[in-house]
Design a protein around this ligand. Structure first.
Ligand code: ATP
Ligand code: MG
Length: 166
């Protein structure tokens, strides 16, 4: 299965983490690879306690810093996803923020289509999260959900809170 969590509302990453917990409970071997992000969000500590592999290949906000460095980092993340599929050690790989890496110009759409094809050949489930999945990515996926923002506290100037946003 290729699952995409897209859209401008809250819930893409947390839904992917919920999916991971369910899959682990069914004996699937899950790996989480995060692009763009580099902070420690609450779930990472718990996943590490559960000995679930989480790897980060990000430099934080793409609006800050040198774009070519962000690109290099994202490409390392893509290489890690490829290797994880090929390793045969995982049944599900969560590629967090990979949609945003495409819409933000860090990686090519074709790169993600290749990952999807590789995962399908290897019978590995892929979960792709982030805003801005392309039409081709959506066509190539089996399950696509768009989180639509109705309201977000951020718009009222409320800053990200521990336990809610990270
Ligand atoms: P979550 O990790 O809570 O499931 P997400 O993965 O859907 O959220 P991202 O686009 O990855 O959201 O954004 C990262 C952070 O920005 C999250 O902490 C999220 O709460 C927050 N966020 C999500 N949607 C919005 C929005 N429309 N406006 C402002 N902040 C948002
Ligand atoms: Mg997210």
């Amino acid at each position: 299965m290729v699952i995409i969590n897209d859209g401008d509302g809250k819930g893409k990453t947390t839904a992917a983490i919920g999916q991971a917990i369910r899959s682990i409970g069914q004996g699937l071997r899950v790996k989480i690879i995060q692009l763009i992000k580099n902070g420690s969000s609450g779930e990472i500590k718990i996943l590490q306690q559960l000995k679930i592999a989480v790897e980060q290949y990000g430099l934080g906000f793409t609006s800050k810093g040198d774009k070519s460095q962000h690109k290099i980092s994202a490409l390392k993340g893509v290489a890690a996803i490829k290797n994880s599929i090929d390793s045969g050690q995982f049944d599900m790989i969560i590629c967090d923020e990979i949609n945003y890496a495409v819409s933000g110009g860090l990686i090519e759409e074709k790169t993600v289509i290749d990952l999807i094809e590789q995962a399908n050949r290897s019978n590995v489930h892929l979960i792709l999260t982030g805003r801005g999945a392309t039409d081709r990515m959506i066509e190539s996926a089996d399950i696509v959900t768009r989180m639509t923002k109705i309201k977000h506290a951020f718009d009222k100037g409320i800053k990200a809170q521990a336990g809610i946003e990270f």
